[in-house]
Design a protein around this ligand. Structure first.
Ligand code: S3P
Length: 435
């Protein structure tokens, strides 16, 4: 059990450089491994999920060295991976599992993927289905891991996505690179496009139609190694953006954050709620727009969110619940049933944990109803991350609104995406006056 920091006297203050983007760190490793030449990464996210991808690629015969945030990948080309000597452990990482499934679908060997108890309950049929249509042989265990992938020569595909998922889209793109002809993917709703952007930098021919939902992939590109600096992760910045918005007297600045529009849903939501945020554009890093974000505490209005809003805030919805619980009215979040198949059933976990703080939140099949006018009052001081990194960090932010001491069970889950979260939070709490 970890003691959480309670209500700070002076709010949050100061400037923070947020660790590298998790989604881009995974993809840069994978695409670097499939390229010719040596790729160097700076500001790589050293967190458990990305290290799962790194170890799996090493087991597939890719020499990778790693010194803090600097990574060197000796690419083996699209056909140069070698059969691993053992099953590959994906840990807690859905991104590692689904993206590598796309890569392994076209290789000349068989691989078995396993994961921890949470990952072993997450749906994998969504990735098996399109890749099997392309000719791969993929076997699941009742729709889940363990999964055995027997790579084959892949056929091109035209695929209409039944779910809005960047992981599934990326798996198909990575399979399509190895196919016999051009493939087309039509998304249900636009999702994060880091795979497409990175592949274009590495030399692939990927066309994105004006509707942002139709992607055409030309097969068999010669991917060429690159040197990249990975921008700060918007999904990690989101914890402090939320904290500074809801804790009185706060004023913080977060630097070099990825402002890709498929990831900045929280900023749009906060603006609609009356948040006090200011962006300064800084140009591009790793093919992504980046900028500084300045946030001050604000009086928030309630918000209504539906399915089309969800992909750009999918990982920030635990924080949207906190913002709604601090707003002066009733908010409704719907169309978010994907939250039930994340690291935990996040609809159930967010609801039960926030109810411990007296927050007026009701579970819907596909979201929440939250009345921010009800005063928060602690009913249970023992909070639990349920071993879900984003739930744990969201609860640490919620504790900043409460005077009573709170404890967090399974706090180490934060290592999945943000091992330095508590140090970074402390840094913003130690400065007493506004910058
Ligand atoms: C991710 C995509 C999202 C997101 C996850 C990371 C990615 O998952 O929730 O944390 O890097 O592609 P889905 O694509 O399954 O929605």
């Amino acid at each position: 059990m970890m003691n959480l920091q309670s209500q700070p006297r002076y709010g949050l203050h100061g400037t923070l450089n947020i660790p590298g983007d998790k989604s881009i760190s995974h993809r840069a490793l994978i695409i670097g491994a499939l390229s010719h030449g040596t790729t160097h990464l700076e500001h790589f996210l050293q967190a458990e999920d990305c290290l799962s991808t790194l170890s799996a690629l090493q087991a597939l015969g890719v020499p990778i060295t790693h010194e803090k945030e600097t990574v060197t990948i000796h690419g083996q080309g699209l056909t140069g991976l070698t059969a691993p000597k053992h099953t590959l452990n994906m840990g807690n990482s859905g991104t590692t599992t689904r993206l590598l499934t796309g890569v392994l679908a076209g290789q000349t060997f068989t691989t078995t993927l396993i994961g921890d108890s949470s990952l072993s309950q997450r749906p994998m049929e969504r990735v098996r289905h399109p890749l099997n249509q392309m000719g791969a042989h993929i076997n699941l265990t009742a729709g889940h891991l363990p999964m055995t992938i027997s790579g084959q020569n892949l056929r091109a595909i035209t695929y209409q996505m039944p779910v809005a998922s960047a992981q599934v889209k990326s798996a198909i793109i990575l399979g399509a690179l190895q196919a016999q002809g051009p493939s087309t993917i039509v998304e249900l709703l636009p999702t994060r496009d880091h795979t497409e952007r990175l592949l274009q930098i590495f030399g692939a021919d990927i066309q994105i139609a004006q509707d942002k939902r139709t992607i055409t992939i030309q097969p068999q590109p010669q991917l060429a190694a690159q040197d990249l600096i990975i921008p700060g992760d918007m999904s990690s910045a989101a914890f402090f953006i939320t904290a500074a918005s809801i804790v009185p007297n706060s004023h913080i600045k977060l630097t070099k954050i990825n402002l890709n529009p498929t990831r900045t849903g929280l900023l749009s939501v906060l603006k609609r709620m009356g948040g006090n945020i200011h962006l300064t554009a800084l140009g591009q890093m790793a093919g992504e727009p980046v900028g500084d974000i300045d946030v001050k505490a604000a009086t928030l209005k309630p918000i209504q969110l539906t399915a089309t809003d969800i992909p750009a805030i999918i990982d920030e919805l635990p924080l949207v619940a906190l913002l709604a619980a601090s707003a002066n009215g009733i908010s409704k979040i719907s169309g978010a049933s994907e939250l039930r198949v994340k690291e935990t059933d996040r609809i159930a976990c967010i609801t039960s944990e926030l109810q411990k703080l007296g927050i007026n939140i009701k579970e819907l099949p596909d979201g929440f109803l939250i009345d921010g006018r009800t005063a928060w009052s602690v009913r249970n001081q023992q909070l639990d991350s349920h071993k879900d990194h984003r739930i744990g960090m969201m609860l640490a932010i919620a504790a900043l609104k409460i005077a009573a001491p709170l404890k967090l069970n399974h706090a180490s889950a934060i290592n999945i995406s943000y091992p330095t979260f508590f140090q970074d939070l402390q840094e913003l709490l130690t400065k007493e006056t506004s910058s």
